[in-house]
Structure formats: C-alpha cells, structure tokens
Design a binder for this molecule. Sequence first.
Ligand code: PSU
Ligand code: MN
Length: 307
Amino acid sequence: MSLNKYLDVAPEVAAAVAAGKPVVALESTIISHGMPYPQNVETALKVEEIIRENGAVPATIAVIGGRLKAGLSKDEIEYLGKKGADVAKASRRDLAVLVSKKADGATTVTTTMIIAHMAGIKIFATGGIGGVHRGAETTMDISADLEELAHTPVMVVCAGAKSILDLGLTLEYLETHGVPVIGYGTKELPAFYTRKSGFGVDYELDTPEELANAFQTSLDLGFQGGMLVTNPIPEEYSMDHDVINKAIDEAIKEASEQGIHGKATTPFLLAKVKELTGGDSLDSNIQLVFNNARLAAKTACALSAKN
Ligand code: PSU
Ligand code: MN
C-alpha cells in the first residue's frame, strides 16, 4: 500500500493493518467537542482499552500539526481533550487548509472515515453520527457525515442518531445515497440515549459475524460506500424518552434564538442537552460509546478471520 504523504500511521496500527489483524478507528471530535474535560480523556483511553480487551488494535484519529494521524499516543489524546473546543472541528472541507497550515483538527465521523480508509482501517466506532437537522428544509443543514458514508468504504458502528436531528429525513437521505442502515439485534433505529425512535432500520443483523459478512460482501461487490451499524444503548443506561426529548426541544429553541448555525450547531446542541439533563446524559453517552467499541472490536475480529 502506498500511503498518503500527509499520513502518519502509528507503528502498532500499521503492523496490524499489514498483517490483516483487527483494527478499530476512533474519532476525536467526540473528545474535543463531545464531552467535557477530564471525562473526555478518561473515556477515550478507556475505549482504547476496551478495544484491546476485545482483541483489536485501537487507532484514534486526529490532525496534529498538519499531520493526519491514525493512532494517537496518550499524550496526544490528553492534549486534544484539554484543548477541547479550541481545536478546530475538522470535516472534509476543512482538511486541506488545516493540513496546509500545519494546524490541529479534531476529526468528525467524516474525516475519521477518510483517514481510516487511507490507513487501510475498515471499522470505526463512535457515539452518534451527524445527519439531516430538524428544519433542514429551510436551513439545508445536512451533515457531511452522510455524504461520506455514501462514498467511503468504512463500517461505522454508532448508537443511532440523536433526535436533535430529523431521523426520518436522515434515513431518507441514506437510502437515496445507497447506505445500508443495520440494526444490531433490533429492527428499530436506536436514538442514541434511547433504544427506540419509532423508525425502522433496513436490516436487523444479530452477530459480529453477520456484520462482518455483510460488510465484506459490500467490499467484494466493489461498492465504494460505507455501512452504518446502529447499536442500541444497553437498557440499564438508556434514558427516559420524555426527559431527553424535552431537553432536546429546549436546546433547539435556544439555538434558534441565539442564531447558532453551521458547524457550531451540533456542538451547541450537544452541550445544551448535557447541561439540561445534568450528569445523566453524559453517563449514558460514555456507556454507549463503550458498548459500540466492544461490538466494533468483535466485528473487526470476525472480518479479520475471513481474510
Ligand atoms: N453527534 C453526537 N455526538 C458527536 C457528534 C455528533 O451525538 O460527537 C459529532 C461527530 O464528530 C459528528 C459531528 O461527526 O459531530 C457532526 O457534526 P455536523 O453535524 O456539524 O456535521
Ligand atoms: Mn451542519
């Protein structure tokens, strides 16, 4: 494999990829913009540990000093976690300028998929993806994550999407762009903090082997797009529907009153929801990321066993 000249793959990650061993990519916007310090750093390190316990090598992804990094050191994770929202949130449109300026960037689902693919990593675990925002019929606010899922062959394991988004329109967009939405052990799309959303997924698959088979088949078919696996939050950590939906409605109202728009919208809504629900939503958020890391690692092992 000839690697991109701006890419640095950590030696352990490069060795695992070269040997066809299981590797799981992780994003860094969840560290810088998704959770407060120090829980963000603790969570990021614990997620790496969970991936190792389940037989795979973790590769946390970020842009540091203009280098695309697949595999961060503890110090680099600590650095991003401490800087928090002072690190640029880097989506596809930001990457070239940040790299040319030798700047730092926290990678979203979009840029984590891009860099994972460059490094030869096929599976990526996170919390929630971006999607079509409520009111998108007038704002046109649709996350670049959906477009990336359409074009980049990486499996993304998440807990569904938060209802800060219009989940129905998000599913329509994914359908149009040919992205399969899989429910892990469920026929219903999970809504991040809750196991149910009222919307159906395309397919239910029930084991890591089934997930690996489906994704390998997509690769064998020569499809350039990804696959979205939605894994419901464990029952004991899921939140009350009414409590979370009330907080989300309030957060959306405040965002519109304050004229929040563009790339600031998602971080604003996430922080507001957290503020309105106290520590409960943060605890749920952390637990669902752990749960996704376990499933992604097991699926990476199953995929590796096929090759
Ligand atoms: N949704 C979450 N948690 C997150 C994000 C989204 O529940 O941390 C982050 C991810 O990095 C995602 C990004 O890729 O926000 C989407 O931002 P936008 O909506 O601006 O595309
Ligand atoms: Mn947006």
